[in-house]
Design a binder for this molecule. Structure first.
Ligand code: ATP
Length: 328
């Protein structure tokens, strides 16, 4: 018979993303609502191994829904990748009498959670939070909306100077091996070209397309480049190559960088984090484990962690298609 859940712990793990605090708040308050004892684990799996665990009350998460980052801090733990490390983590949970764990993070954190759950028969639930938006089983992960708004704002500002000086700007946005952030901010910012890892258009086609748009009367251009794009050149080399082969333009490079990870979460991210946080606790109470709560087709849905980790979230082809049309 499954043990009744009375005490649950929540942690944030992997890269931080705006909205993690809203998810922590939702998990803690939902636990209190259902008369459970909530705990917060600091610094992800590393903090768990070291016993950096505290009892939380509903008031401990006041005034955090609007804040970026994570009050629980986050970490990457090498030790948790070892059986010995995970055993220490389990012992800490037992010491505090904790019955279940909610992990807010990306697919790496979910992989760790799943291995741990299988090894120790311990209930875990995942909440997707990464600005890369690359997790299968959810249309949006917490932080993506805020990060894409930040990237769009950066593009808007750069557009002012690009058009004043008739320049070509290459703007690199985050996203690691996924192009979602580049695609969304590129469309929203009206970029002429968007280079993403999922579709390699090739540098020469890029040059050709920029030449065509110049001939069509455009005096400035913006190319949004995902950090994981597959052109084989970094953004500086890319700009240099294009400048050599397209003398009509003077080009500049901007790397938007870590500002995309910070700042106040948008309304969308706060609502998403709140919904997923509530549901995470409810599915635990329903006896589920090894699942991720996600947001699909405008409803909160549950996906096995195994699928969330192994399956690849595909880029929306319709979005790719409209880029070609809108840059005419
Ligand atoms: P982000 O997408 O922002 O990078 P993430 O959750 O994917 O977030 P990772 O650094 O990949 O970030 O993973 C976070 C932590 O999860 C790791 O530091 C490690 O402690 C744990 N983890 C990842 N993969 C494994 C694994 N195969 N076995 C055990 N633990 C793992």
């Amino acid at each position: 018979m499954k043990k009744q859940i009375k005490k649950i712990a929540v942690m944030t793990s992997g890269g931080d993303s705006p909205g993690m605090n809203a998810a922590i708040r939702a998990v803690i308050r939902t636990a209190v609502f259902y008369k459970l004892d909530p705990y917060g684990i600091y610094r992800g799996y590393q903090g768990l191994i070291e016993g950096d665990i505290e009892r939380f009350t509903a008031r401990d998460v006041s005034n955090i829904i609007n804040r970026g980052g994570t009050i629980l801090k986050t970490a990457r733990s090498k030790e948790f990748r070892t059986v010995e490390g995970r055993k220490k983590a389990y012992e800490q949970l037992k010491k505090h009498d904790i019955d279940a764990l909610v992990v807010i993070g990306g697919d790496g954190s979910f992989t760790g959670a799943q291995i741990f759950s299988k090894e120790f028969d311990f209930p875990v639930i995942g909440i997707p939070a990464t600005i890369d938006n690359d997790i299968f089983g959810t249309d949006f992960s917490i932080g993506f909306d805020t990060a894409s708004n930040t990237a769009t704002e950066a593009i808007d500002k750069i557009r002012d100077t690009a058009s004043s000086h008739d320049r070509l700007f290459f703007i690199e946005v985050m996203g690691r091996n996924a192009g979602f952030l580049a695609l969304y901010s590129g469309i929203a910012g009206g970029a002429e070209e968007i280079l993403i890892p999922e579709e390699n258009i090739g540098i020469d086609r890029l040059v050709e397309s920029l030449r065509r748009s110049k001939r069509a009367g455009k005096t400035s251009s913006i190319v949004v480049v995902a950090e994981g794009d597959k052109t084989g050149k970094n953004v500086f080399e890319l700009a240099e190559y294009v400048e050599e082969n397209l003398k009509e333009y003077e080009s500049r490079v901007v790397i938007v960088g870590h500002i995309q990870r910070g700042g106040c979460p948008t309304t969308f991210d706060r609502v998403l984090a709140s919904r997923l946080g509530v549901r995470a606790v409810e599915v635990l109470l329903d006896g589920e484990s090894d699942v991720m709560v996600g947001f699909r087709n405008n409803t909160v849905e549950v996906t096995p962690l195994e699928e969330a980790i192994k399956l690849k979230r595909e880029i929306n082809k319709e979005l790719l298609a409209i880029v070609d049309i809108l840059t005419t």
